[in-house]
Each structure stands twice: as structure tokens, then as C-alpha cells.
Design a protein around this ligand. Structure first.
Ligand SMILES: Cc1ncc(COP(=O)(O)O)c(C=O)c1O
Length: 449
């Protein structure tokens, strides 16, 4: 048995056999040997360009030397990585830096290890601060898979079989201020938790004044505004936070994913002093909400080093420039094809939205595959791009939108290569049977396994 087969078998036996099956069906089960910047190198000598970034984890690129070196140095120091009974210096330093960049009234950070955990903390803090139980979230939202976060998920698929969920949660359409105000006016809502740009819902960029007005309404009715910047934060869309594009001053912000350079789990909930005081307001409540690994030295060092790299190399500005370049090139190449509806996004968080074809020949094939599984069309796209050397995925709550979110270090030639590959795939879905034959092959593999 080769090393790769053995590794697959062990994972299959002891971790998640269905994940291995799925990767096999999608023909994405490839062993990687080295990942640097945008490039992933496979055991059989291929170079794949990462246009997914681990769902916006790898803003600084894979294994950025500046972050790797900082972590090695931190380990070599043999310092107090996690005593649980001292003041962790690095946590203070990172909190100060994150709050100063986030701006507004955000002055405190609670650290944890995942985005979901950050959302859980936001739920608890909102309830503690307002004395209310209600939680509003937006249609299509993705806030994580722990029970509290799951109670705020836009697509019920994720919740099925795991109930009951948290009580007093309600969904509002993203972008609809009238419905939002109706719900807020009940004065039962502790928080409105929303992504400034919805990622898994299909890279939905709100109207210019949506968040600003939502914030005003939240204040009017005593509800906290919590912005989930787990995918959009850390310069992904250009500014430090995507909400900086929309002139907001939220009560809390959740950061995770890119916060620690894709190397050590880390997340942060940034909050105002007022919110913080309602949670940790007395000596006996000093540890009322905490998490063992939250302020560990390596995670904090990774956060500091990641910020340093993102800022030293101006990756926020680069995200704006490269994002515009990529969207322009994609529009030049793809607009006009009947199945391409829109290319949209901000900075390097972008999506290509596909729609059902009108032409009868294409529609028959499209509908047949949609009937087998609504994600089938998107997965054939992903497979075809992978065959051409690009790692991508469709959005988790909207299978008709292909994410285009490379690391912020992506270069123009790499973007050009992607546009060319996307052009070939879109051309093939409109003009040849190859794309649809591939879908049939995938359908067969699903049946066979
Ligand atoms: C916007 C958003 N919030 C929260 C989460 C949950 O983060 P984690 O997977 O680190 O728990 C995700 C995960 O994809 C996300 O995209």
C-alpha cells in the first residue's frame, strides 16, 4: 500500500469516510506536498492555484515565511504559552492592535479558537447586555455549526436532525430594512447578527446604505449590531473590515479564519466597553466566559505576525487593485454567456453567479442534473477548474455562485490564468457536450460508490 493510500484508509476508518468518498466523487482527492503563496504542489508534480483560500483563511498566502518564522521563534522561546494563571502579554498586544484597526467604539477583545465560538460569545454577550433573548439573523447567513451559531443559519439543511435550536431566533431578508424595523420594534431583540457581505449566501454585497441604516434602527430599538467578519475581515475586501466600506460603528465584530495566517486556530470577538462590562462587570465574573486555548501564545503570535505581514506588504490595497482587475477580466471574458448572470464582489471576495439556461438543449441537461442534486452543476464547474489547475468551490448556501477568493498575494499572471480557465469551462458548458458528459460521469460515480 502506498503512503497516500494508507493515509486515505486511516482517515476513512478513523475520521470521516464520507468526506473521502465525496472528494473521490469530485476527483479532488489529491495529496499535496507543499503549499506556498497561491500555489499548491501535488505529489504527482502538478501545480494547483488556490482560488478558495480555505474559505478566506489564507489572506496572507499559504505558509507565509513571515508568519512561519514568527511561530518558530515563539516556540524556541519556551515561554508561558498557556498557564491559565497569568496575564498573557501577547493577547493584550493583539487585542490593542485589532481594536485600533477596527475603530469606532470597539475597545475590548475576547479571544477564542473558531468563528462559531466567536458567534456563540456574541450571542451570550448580547443577551447579557440587553437582558433580552431575541436574535435576528439574515436569510442565507452562515455563522457556524455549533448549536447557537447553527440557530442563526440561513439554510435549514445544516440544522436538520440537530434540534431543538435556540429559542427566540428570527430570520429577516438580507437587505430588507422594512422587515428588520418591524422585528426590532418588538423591542425583544438582543442582537442583529449579520455578515457585511454575505459570503456563503453567494457573495451578496448590500446596497450602499443598508448597514448604516440597520445600525441606526438597531440603536433606536435598543438592539446590538453584531457584524460577522469571519470571512470578510483581515483586509479580504480591501479595508481591515468589510464594514469599513459601509460607514458602520457596530457593537461587536467577530473575526476568525485569516486572523492567524491559516496556521493556528484563533478567533476574536471585538466589543465595546459597555458590552464587555455587562459580561465581566465584577470580580466574581472575571472568568464568566472563557475558553482554554483562547489566549495561547502561539495563536496570539500568529495573529500579530499575520497582521504584520498583511500591513507590511499592503495586502489590503492589493486586494482592492487585484479584485478590480480580476472582476474586470472575468467580465470581459464571461459576460454574454447566457448562463453567466453576474460577476460581483469586493476586493478579493468575489463570485460568479450562474443561472439556468434558456436554450432548450442546455436546459434539458441542466435540469436533469439539478434533479439529481442541486449542487451537481456547481461541482462539475469545480471539477473542471481543478482539472485546469485551480482549486475553487461554490458557496455553501448558494450552489449557483462560484467563489473567486484567492490569497491577497495573487499576481496578475495568476489571475489571467484563472480567467482563461474559467473562460474555457464556461465556453464548454455552452457549446460542447464535454461539460455535461463530465456531469454524467460524476452522477455515475455517485451511484457506484
Ligand atoms: C461568516 C462566517 N461566520 C462564522 C463561521 C464559522 O467559523 P468556524 O468554521 O471557524 O467555526 C464561518 C465559517 O465558514 C463563516 O463563513
Amino acid at each position: 500500500m502506498t503512503r497516500t493510500v494508507a493515509a486515505n484508509t486511516r482517515y476513512q476508518d478513523c475520521v470521516n469516510p464520507q468526506w473521502v468518498r465525496l472528494l473521490n466523487v469530485l476527483q479532488l482527492n489529491v495529496p499535496y506536498t507543499r503549499c506556498l503563496g497561491t500555489a499548491l504542489y501535488t505529489e504527482d508534480g502538478r501545480r494547483i492555484l488556490d482560488f478558495l483560500s480555505g474559505y478566506c483563511v489564507h489572506n496572507a498566502g499559504h505558509n507565509h515565511p513571515g508568519i512561519v518564522e514568527a511561530l518558530k521563534e515563539e516556540l524556541d522561546q519556551c515561554g508561558p504559552a498557556m498557564l491559565q494563571s497569568h496575564v498573557p502579554e501577547l493577547a493584550g498586544e493583539l487585542a490593542e492592535k485589532l481594536c485600533s484597526r477596527a475603530g469606532g467604539r470597539l475597545r475590548k477583545a475576547f479571544f477564542c479558537s473558531s468563528g462559531s465560538e466567536g458567534v456563540e460569545a456574541a450571542i451570550k454577550f448580547s443577551r447579557a447586555h440587553t437582558g433580552r433573548t431575541g436574535l435576528l439573523y439574515a436569510e442565507g447567513a452562515f455563522h457556524g455549526l455549533t448549536c447557537g451559531a447553527l440557530s442563526l443559519m440561513g439554510d435549514p439543511f445544516w440544522r436538520d436532525g440537530f434540534g431543538p435550536m435556540l429559542p427566540d431566533t428570527e430570520q429577516v431578508p438580507f437587505g430588507d430594512l422594512k422587515v428588520l424595523e418591524e422585528k426590532l420594534a418588538t423591542r425583544k431583540q438582543a442582537a442583529f447578527i449579520v455578515e457585511p457581505i454575505q459570503s456563503e449566501a453567494g457573495i451578496r454585497v448590500p446596497a450602499e446604505r443598508y448597514l448604516e441604516t440597520a445600525q441606526r434602527l438597531c440603536r433606536r430599538y435598543g438592539t446590538l449590531l453584531v457584524l460577522d467578519e469571519v470571512q470578510t475581515g483581515m483586509y479580504r475586501t480591501g479595508p481591515f473590515l468589510a464594514s469599513h466600506l459601509f460607514r458602520t460603528d457596530p457593537d461587536m465584530v467577530v473575526l476568525a479564519k485569516a486572523l492567524s495566517g491559516g496556521l493556528i486556530p484563533s478567533a476574536a470577538l471585538l466589543a465595546t466597553d459597555e458590552v464587555y462590562d455587562s459580561v465581566y462587570g465584577s470580580l466574581k465574573r472575571a472568568l464568566i466566559h472563557t475558553s482554554t486555548y483562547s489566549e495561547n501564545g502561539l495563536a496570539m503570535r500568529a495573529g500579530l505576525a499575520t497582521l504584520n505581514v498583511l500591513e507590511r506588504y499592503g495586502l489590503g490595497d492589493r486586494s482592492v487593485v487585484m479584485g478590480e482587475y480580476l472582476r474586470d477580466r472575468l467580465r470581459e471574458r464571461l459576460v454574454g454567456y447566457e448562463m453567466v448572470n453576474e460577476i460581483r464582489g469586493a476586493g478579493l471576495l468575489n463570485g460568479i453567479e450562474f443561472v439556468a439556461p434558456r436554450k432548450l438543449t442546455l436546459r434539458v441537461a441542466f435540469e436533469a442534473f439539478m434533479k439529481i442534486h442541486p449542487a451537481m452543476f456547481g461541482q462539475v464547474l469545480v471539477m473542471q477548474l481543478f482539472q485546469r489547475g485551480f482549486l475553487t468551490q461554490v458557496c455553501g448556501n448558494n450552489f449557483m455562485v462560484l467563489k473567486v477568493a484567492p490569497p491577497l498575494v495573487v499576481t496578475e499572471p495568476e489571475a489571467d490564468e484563472f480567467v482563461q480557465a474559467a473562460g474555457e469551462v464556461v465556453e464548454s458548458m455552452h457549446s460542447s457536450t464535454a461539460f455535461w458528459t463530465e456531469a454524467l460521469g460524476m452522477a455515475r460515480r455517485v451511484m457506484d460508490i
